[in-house]
Design a protein around this ligand. Structure first.
Ligand SMILES: *Cc1c(COP(=O)(O)O)cnc(C)c1O
Length: 377
């Protein structure tokens, strides 16, 4: 860990570096090759090996992973995509990027994730895809959705931006057969600085995604070697993961067992410390399987509690203000009572691997005081 960068309880989230990232980036810079390089391909192989899948396709961000997955699955104008409103706005923007229509659905109050019933009720003749969000790292199992939608050629694209490393049963998220998208943004469970990864379902899908992320350029080895005669045969974007970013991810992956262990330990420490507090409902995570990404509670008078905590220099956050209430997405607004209530009550406590037990005590004690002064306990 780089000691000078140790943040405290003022930050809600933070990247966690192990020290090897700096030298790894320096090696790429010294090589003179900054774009998609051997380092990028090594990162793909290492992530595939870690997850236990045949292939993984890196891209420039989690948003790009969702965008390319939707494109590769053939989702476009006239198609409806079922998506929870309770997610980061990136999930919705990726759907709009392919010209499809988001169909917002409500969530299960216990998990803040969609469930089989909520998705199946929203399916119509124009549904082309479902994008469940593995909120907070929870590997929700949508067995009915998977089985029934496969028969109807509706693709399930998992937004696993929060869930790198989490298990779904015995397998890691990404290895369950779904088209899966990860983010390696600054504060995700594993960071590349910026980056993302798509886990394709078939070799053909992997090829399509690889072509889309390289501006639609056909890219056999011989064609790539000869830059004067490249061939563009599909729509695509500049979405590759640079070797600079991949080097950070590789160094992070070497220490992922520590990240995983630390996140679970800190989440459990929070859970125990929060039990005695009146007026707080913990948003549960199965920390035996998930790698917790957030530590969330539900409180009444949330905005006052939030302001009290910020006044005490505690870095609280809200994940997330519901998307169906955002101005940009007003066209697709509908009534989603559970999401709307959660949107008023959820509060994310500082949660990152730099925290100590003392930090957590300080946050929980401040939360107790904030609840009292806000009249929420
Ligand atoms: C971070 C995030 C994304 C987007 O990933 P980026 O790497 O930031 O583009 C998508 N969905 C969710 C739920 C996220 O948290």
């Amino acid at each position: 860990m780089i000691a000078s960068s140790r943040p405290d309880t003022r930050r809600n989230a933070s990247p966690y570096l192990y020290g090897q990232e700096t030298a790894a980036v320096a090696r790429v810079l010294e090589s003179g090759q900054y774009g998609h390089t051997d380092v990028t391909e090594e990162f793909e192989r290492r992530v595939a090996g870690f997850l236990g899948v045949p292939d993984a396709v890196s891209v420039a961000s989690g948003t790009a992973a969702l965008h390319t997955a939707l494109l590769a699955a053939g989702v476009g104008p006239g198609d409806e995509v079922i998506v929870p409103s309770m997610t980061f706005c990136a999930t919705v923007q990726a759907i709009l990027a392919v010209g499809a229509t988001p169909r917002f659905v409500d969530i299960d109050p216990a998990t803040l994730c969609v469930n089989d019933q909520l998705v199946m009720e929203a399916v119509t003749d124009t549904t082309a895809a479902v994008v469940p969000v593995l909120f907070g790292g929870r590997a929700v199992d949508l067995a009915t959705v998977r089985n029934e939608l496969a028969e109807r050629a509706i693709v399930v694209i998992e937004d696993a931006a929060h869930a790198f490393g989490s298990h779904n049963g015995a397998r890691r998220v990404g290895a369950t057969g779904a088209l899966t998208c990860f983010s390696f943004g600054p504060i995700k469970n594993l960071t590349c600085g910026q980056g993302g990864m798509t886990i394709p379902r078939t070799p053909e899908e992997a090829d399509r995604i690889r072509q889309i992320r390289l501006l639609g350029v056909a890219q056999s080895q011989s064609e790539r070697a000869n830059i004067t005669t490249y061939r563009v045969d599909t729509f695509g974007l500049r979405y590759q993961l640079s070797g600079i970013n991949a080097a950070i991810g590789l160094a992070q992956l070497d220490h992922f067992d520590t990240t995983e262990h630390t996140r679970r330990r800190l989440w459990r420490t929070y859970q125990e410390a929060l039990v005695p507090l009146d007026g707080v409902t913990l948003v549960d995570v199965d920390a035996d399987h998930a790698v917790p990404h957030l530590c969330q509670v539900r409180v009444s008078h949330r905005d006052q509690v939030f302001a009290e905590l910020r006044a005490r220099d505690i870095g609280v956050g809200v994940h997330y203000p519901p998307n169906h209430l955002q101005p940009a997405f007003a066209t697709w607004r509908r009534s989603l009572p559970t999401t709307e209530q959660a949107g008023e009550e959820i509060l994310s406590l500082p949660f990152h691997p730099h925290l100590t037990e003392t930090d957590i005590d300080r946050v929980v004690s401040a939360l107790g005081k904030a609840l009292k002064s806000a009249g929420a306990s």
